[in-house]
Structures are given as structure tokens and as C-alpha cells.
Design a protein around this ligand. Structure first.
Ligand code: NAG
Ligand code: NAG
Ligand code: NAG
Length: 156
């Protein structure tokens, strides 16, 4: 059920059909999307790449870097190494983004990403939260696989 999908074509989520298919309605109290990405990068490099990208505003200039936590000295068995918090300020909608970066000292990392609409009028997000996750990771120009974990296309 939760098989990873390998991204082959660099397609934009702005394709209307895809957005409609990824519309979430209120799964997390408001619209949300939780994705998991398998990325061919060491966690330290990937974290720096994500931070830099957020500080530059991401692919549309509207992402905002908020906070970064380095947990590498805590030796968590699950391999959790970094937490990044961010936001996206759109013209008519805002979202709060959370990323967890995990790795067991390997050349690949697992990223768990969560996006939730923060304005009540966005109970149904037209695929926005899914798009914020996917387009952000695509913009990093790294090889990755992905899967949806929660929300992303559900209706409460
Ligand atoms: C996290 O902390 C470790 C240990 O201090 C350090 O080696 C590593 O470079 C830090 N990672 C990042 C992305 O800053
Ligand atoms: C999004 O958040 C920013 C910063 O808090 C705020 O200034 C802006 O009005 C919000 N956007 C909307 C559409 O409410
Ligand atoms: C790290 O290893 C632990 C124990 O085998 C496993 O549960 C966890 O999923 C691994 N984490 C990653 C990011 O591979």
C-alpha cells in the first residue's frame, strides 16, 4: 500500500488534474499532507541543501525558513538527525511545514514532510499541501522516491 514511487519526469504539480486528485479536505482539522521521501544524499548535505533552499524562498520565493534543530549527538535509534520548520506565505493561503531528516550513517536519507493549511477557509486545499511538499523536494535537484503517508487526498 505504501510503495515508493520513483519520480521519472520533472512534472509540475501545477497540472490541474494532479492538483484535483491530491485535494485534501480537513484530514488534520484543516487540509494537510504528510509525505515520505527517500533521497540519495547524506543527511548533513541534504539538511544544508534544504535550509539554503528555504532561506532563498524555495522555488516560488514564498517559502520561509523558521527553525533548524541538529539532533545528531542524541543517537536516536530511529535515525532521526534533523528537524526543519518552515512556512509558505501565498497570496491567498498560508501553510506551516515540518521536515524530519533521518539516516543511519548511510548515503541515503529519509525525509518525512508535513504541510498544513493555516487559514480556516482552506478546509479543502485543491492539492496545495501536496504541491508544496513535492515542488520543494523537486527543486532540490536530487534523486528521490516518494510516497504519501497521511492526508494529501482524503476527505473528512
Ligand atoms: C550537526 O552537528 C554535528 C555535530 O556537532 C556536526 O558535525 C554537523 O555538521 C551538524 N550538521 C549540520 C547540518 O549543521
Ligand atoms: C499569511 O501569513 C502572513 C504572515 O503571518 C500574513 O501577513 C498574511 O496576511 C497571511 N495571508 C493570508 C492570505 O491571510
Ligand atoms: C535506522 O535503523 C533503525 C533500526 O534498524 C530502523 O528502525 C530505522 O527505520 C532506520 N532509519 C532510517 C532512516 O533508515
Amino acid at each position: 500500500m505504501f510503495e515508493y514511487t520513483k519520480l521519472i519526469l520533472f512534472t509540475s504539480c501545477l497540472l490541474i488534474g494532479q492538483l484535483r486528485a491530491q485535494t485534501d479536505c480537513g484530514t488534520c482539522g484543516n487540509a494537510c499532507c504528510t509525505m515520505e521521501f527517500q533521497v540519495d544524499q547524506k543527511s548533513e548535505d541534504l539538511t544544508n541543501l534544504m535550509k539554503d533552499n528555504l532561506m532563498k524562498g524555495g522555488q516560488d520565493g514564498n517559502y520561509r525558513f523558521i527553525k533548524f534543530l541538529n539532533l545528531t549527538n542524541q543517537e536516536r535509534p530511529s535515525g532521526v538527525r534533523y528537524i526543519i520548520q518552515a512556512g509558505h506565505l501565498g497570496k491567498s493561503s498560508n501553510a506551516s511545514l515540518q521536515f524530519l531528516i533521518a539516516s543511519n550513517y548511510s548515503l541515503t536519507s529519509t525525509v518525512r514532510g508535513f504541510s498544513i493549511s493555516t487559514l480556516a477557509k482552506d478546509l479543502c486545499d485543491s492539492g496545495k499541501n501536496y504541491m508544496l511538499m513535492m515542488d520543494f523536494v523537486k527543486n532540490l535537484a536530487v534523486d528521490f522516491k516518494y510516497k504519501s503517508l497521511f492526508g494529501c487526498s482524503k476527505t473528512f
